[in-house]
Design a protein around this ligand. Structure first.
Ligand code: TRP
Length: 452
């Protein structure tokens, strides 16, 4: 067998992992979740979730992936031989395909808007017309399916080139550009008249806003944003070098991911407040409200093109990471060639992505448990499968596998200096993270409703 690929440089490995983490979750979902859940209070709990639950689960996945250099099923088979624990990997693969499907639909909307921005169609309309434009577009079965398929084809082209020439190259180019665009936006947003009001909303917590609902939102957001719970970063970590420090990589990735979420809040809230809009607009914030605001700015053409380009870069570096889970699995466990495996992944994405895209038009009345297919995929994967996966990885690393294996990975076989944080990290992996996830998960399913 030919040698297994690895990311070429440490920066490349980090860029790819940050690329996976930074996505629609940061730029689209974080601001509206924060907006709906009361701003500062949400941010505070969110940061707590990232530190105490997010980083421990990231490290757990890193340990399994880098320790075995295998796909998720192969890794679990190696670490728990003769048991059925590797079945957990199928849950992760299924969840990754569900997320890929609905995520690609939103990516399709982004390409449509990028296209409209480039053809200068995103200006000269009234607020009402932007709403009509968005509803008209998502309600158009052909256009939405076409863009979803086109997006998945672009995703395919990157993935087929492999780890070094595809994933790492794209991340090395796109992530710095993404940060640059964010900084340009920030410099501008901070000069707007509503800047102070927007920053106050984001950073000053009103403690009366804290509730179980906010905590559930924050935890779900932390999982989604850090790409944890379904072996996505486990798969990327399997391409890390043995000399990379796992705890340091996890901290850098979590810090940059949180930074991008906060930066997009620093952009969006001042803009929203400066134009007398409400931050609670929800998912449509980016598509209905921002174009209307951009057109009122000088140089609106550039702003809207840059914004949708930013979203595109953020999202494609995330979808390639979701796809990589099943591709690595098919190549290593079922001996498919990389291009075959990529085709299978794209085919499944197109089939289910089409169903999700049509949830806004011809299939809008087709509901299961009162949810359209798009909403159902989102709910089941984000609210059920990600937390279950998170509990599993923390428990598996904290309690199941040999402690020496874990220590070897954390210390790079005893070569890295002692760290005072290591016991704290192990405490969170073993006790805090699993308990916190279970409690919030049960809340999320409404099991405590009867008691409270
Ligand atoms: N983290 C990405 C975002 O914020 C989405 C993502 C990529 C993801 N891979 C994942 C979410 C794996 C959950 C699991 O947009």
């Amino acid at each position: 067998m030919s040698e297994r690929a690895q990311f070429v440089t440490r920066i490349g490995a980090i860029a790819a992992t940050v690329g996976s983490a930074v996505g629609l979750g940061n730029i689209w979902r974080f601001p509206y979740e924060a907006g709906v859940n009361g701003g500062g209070a949400f941010l505070l709990i969110y940061i707590g979730c990232v530190l105490l639950v997010g980083i421990p689960v990231v490290v757990s996945e890193f340990i399994i992936g880098r320790g075995t250099h295998k796909n998720v099923a192969g890794a679990l088979k190696q670490l728990a031989p003769g048991t059925k624990w590797h079945w957990m990997s199928y849950m992760g693969i299924l969840a990754s395909l569900m997320i890929l499907s609905f995520y690609s639909v939103v990516c399709g909307w982004i390409i449509e808007y990028l296209f409209q921005a480039i053809s200068a169609n995103l200006s000269g309309h009234t607020a009402m017309e932007y709403t009509e434009m968005f509803n008209g577009f998502v309600g158009n079965p052909w256009r939405t399916v076409l863009w979803t398929v086109l997006f998945l084809c672009l995703n395919f082209l990157v993935l087929r080139r492999g780890i070094k020439r595809g994933i790492e190259k794209v991340a090395n180019f796109m992530m710095p550009v993404l940060f640059l665009i964010l900084l340009i936006f920030i410099a501008y947003a901070l000069t707007l008249p509503g800047a102070a009001k927007g920053l106050k909303f984001l950073f000053v917590p009103k403690f009366s806003n804290i509730s179980p609902k906010v905590a559930i939102g924050a935890m779900g957001q932390a999982f989604f944003s850090l790409s944890i719970g379904l072996s996505c970063i486990l798969t990327y970590a399997s391409y890390f070098k043995d000399t990379d420090s796992l705890a340091r990589n996890a901290t850098i990735v979590a810090a940059l991911d949180t930074l991008v979420a906060i930066l997009s809040g620093i952009i969006i809230f001042p803009v929203v407040f400066s134009f007398g809009m409400q931050p609670e607009a929800g998912p449509k914030l980016v598509f209905e409200i921002l174009p209307n605001i951009f057109q009122q700015l000088p140089g609106s053409y550039i702003w809207s093109v840059m914004f949708f380009l930013l979203l595109f870069f953020a999202s494609i570096t995330s979808t390639i990471s979701m796809s990589e889970i099943s591709i690595t699995f098919l190549v290593e466990e079922h001996n498919l060639s990389r291009s075959r495996a990529t085709m299978v992944n794209t085919g499944i994405g197109i089939a289910f992505g089409t169903l999700c895209a049509l949830s806004f038009s011809v299939l809008s009345d087709f509901t299961i448990f009162g949810k359209t297919i798009f909403d159902l995929f989102d709910f089941v994967s984000s609210n059920v499968l990600l937390p279950l996966g998170g509990i599993f990885f923390a428990w598996f690393v904290g309690w199941y596998i040999d402690r020496r294996f874990v220590d070897d990975q954390l210390t790079n076989h005893g070569t890295s200096p002692k760290s005072v944080w290591r016991p704290v990290l192990m405490f969170c992996i073993r006790y805090f993270a699993p308990c916190a996830i279970i409690i919030i998960f049960l809340y999320g399913l409404g099991l405590f409703d009867a008691i409270l």
